[in-house]
Design a protein around this ligand. Structure first.
Ligand SMILES: CCOC(=O)[C@H]1C[C@@H]1c1ccc(O)c(OC)c1
Length: 339
């Protein structure tokens, strides 16, 4: 995300937890790389309210990339943005209150809401506010329901969304669906010697994949785009919507290897979500939602939703086929999200 911001020419600040003697070499080198690229790095904790307010007075856009365990701590970012932007909780800017009163008469609530959001957009053009992109980037949790372990995690994200909306801070939510390298590593395990691949359910349900670099490149564009203010942006590129069976077949063609398919039936996966310890039970419920139910392709974009590749048709995103070619020669390091 930082590299994409720099590449697009934006003055970029990073607020990160302090480096310690236990910090990994990778993190230390990343700090050095960012600093040599002109990034302003401020080290601190999310509870250091005044420090965050002081930084926020210097920026227009705040993008949070906090992992699940820190999702609730984003409330501190919201509080700091309100102070830095002089926004009172849930209070429309005064100028807007007059508009709201005059517009209320004679229109229904949805028409009224639309008038307000249009007026808010005009207002924000005149009185630029800081925009907040909370740490989302996965499923669209306001439109889907999940098995309990994943549901509990996503409820944390829903709470932050409601707090952002109640605060009046302009926002953009990003649903990037499946992180490409992350899931290709999880499903294909290119770093291991293995004869079989696991298929969750029938393997026919489709899911949208977005290469991590594209997630960052799209998000910096989205964050700076007036069209996406107070909107949900979904990353769902047509060429990157595939089933597990299609993914494995592509990989077999490219590697010249044939893998034995080991299916995990839905009922067994549901049982695992009930019996595995945390966080494996969460991962099992993610797999159930994404690859057994096909949740990520089971809803249509609403009138208030935008899709990234349609917003930026000139941006050449990496297709899954191209990403598999990268995996053939230099597969990215596997990772496991924390919950
Ligand atoms: C393969 C098992 O799933 C995971 O490890 C978690 C990290 C995956 C995840 C976490 C949160 C999400 O919203 C999401 O959307 C597709 C995906």
């Amino acid at each position: 995300m930082v590299k994409a911001s720099i590449k697009l020419g934006h003055p970029t600040f990073v607020f990160a937890r302090p480096l310690t003697p236990q910090s990994t070499l990778n993190k230390i080198n990343l700090h050095k790389e960012f600093q040599s690229s002109g990034v302003t790095i401020i080290q601190g904790e999310l509870k250091e309210h005044e420090k965050i307010v002081a930084i926020l007075r210097q920026v227009d856009i705040v993008i949070s990339v906090l992992p699940f365990p820190q999702v609730p701590d984003q409330i501190h970012i919201i509080e700091a943005i309100k102070v830095a932007s002089n926004i009172k909780d849930g209070e429309l800017p005064n100028k807007m209150v007059e508009v709201a009163r005059t517009k209320r008469r004679g229109c229904g609530s949805s028409e009224f809401a639309c008038k307000i959001s249009c007026k808010l957009r005009e207002y924000y053009k005149e009185y630029p506010q800081k925009r907040f992109l909370p740490s989302e980037f996965g499923v669209e949790e306001d439109r889907l329901s999940f098995l309990p372990p994943f549901e509990a995690c996503l409820e944390k994200k829903r709470k932050i969304r409601r707090a952002v909306e109640a605060s009046g801070i302009p926002y953009t939510y990003v649903s990037a669906n499946c992180f490409g390298a992350y899931f290709l590593n999880y499903l294909l395990r290119p770093h291991e010697q293995h004869e079989d691949v696991t298929i969750y359910g029938s393997g026919e349900a489709k899911a949208p994949f977005t290469y991590e670099e594209d997630i960052a490149n799209y998000t910096i564009r989205v964050a700076n785009d007036p069209r996406t203010c107070n909107k949900m942006v979904i990353y769902k590129m047509q060429k990157n919507i595939l089933s597990q069976i299609e993914l494995i077949s592509l990989w077999e063609k490219k590697t010249g290897k044939y893998f034995k398919k080991v299916h995990v039936p839905e009922e067994e996966l549901v049982k695992l979500t009930e019996t595995l310890p945390f966080p494996d039970n969460v991962r099992a419920s993610v797999l159930h939602s994404v690859f057994v139910k096909g949740d990520l392709v089971n809803y249509e974009l609403g009138e208030n939703d935008l899709e990234a590749s349609s917003l930026y048709p000139d941006y050449k995103y990496t297709t899954v086929d191209q990403l598999l070619d990268v995996f053939l020669v230099d597969p990215p390091k596997p990772a496991l999200a924390t919950f």
